[in-house]
Design a protein around this ligand. Structure first.
Ligand code: FES
Ligand code: FES
Length: 161
């Protein structure tokens, strides 16, 4: 089938079978390697993308569902101010970069900040619970989110509330 959609702000068209996974399309057709291929069962979060405005696992989205959709991968998201806020928050909380789970962690942080200006500790831990990473201290995630929130509010409103 022929499928048109918007990928990182560009109109694109592909030809493929309707059941091919989005993660394989991104990595195979577009050489976008930021979303990783992990569990392929929707449980680890490393394949996350922003699909029609929501963070979703690209391993769970078949090609037929992407027609006319808008998809933003970490490569597109990395061009935004929000990405800079998040990366600064992780860095200042001393959370090291990780080639495996960063994609999921960054987009999970974005989803949290989009949902609520200042998420609670419970909401933050729940927001990261879908990312398979046992090596990041939850306390550091809480600290990173607080820092990100302050940075973002200063950028948007000129002050942290
Ligand atoms: S590879 Fe998609 S959730 Fe694990
Ligand atoms: S798997 Fe990436 S930091 Fe834990």
């Amino acid at each position: 089938m022929t499928i048109g959609f918007i990928l990182n702000g560009e109109d694109v068209v592909i030809r493929c079978e309707g059941d091919v996974r989005l993660i394989d399309i991104l990595r195979g057709n577009f050489a976008l390697l930021g979303a990783k291929s992990g569990c392929l069962t929707g449980k680890c979060g490393v394949c996350s993308v922003i699909f029609n405005g929501r963070v979703s696992p690209a391993c769970f989205i078949p090609a037929f569902r992407i027609r006319d959709s808008e998809i933003i991968t970490i490569e597109g998201f990395s061009q935004t101010d929000e990405y800079q806020d998040i990366m600064t928050g992780f860095a200042q909380a001393n959370i090291e970069n990780c080639g495996y789970c960063d994609n999921g962690k960054i987009l999970a942080a974005w989803a949290l900040l989009e949902r609520k200006e200042r998420p609670s500790p419970e909401e933050i831990l729940a927001g990261f619970s879908g990312i398979k990473c046992r090596c990041t201290d939850p306390e550091k995630l809480l600290e990173a989110l607080t820092i990100m929130t302050d940075i973002r509010q200063r950028r948007l409103y000129g002050r942290a509330s």
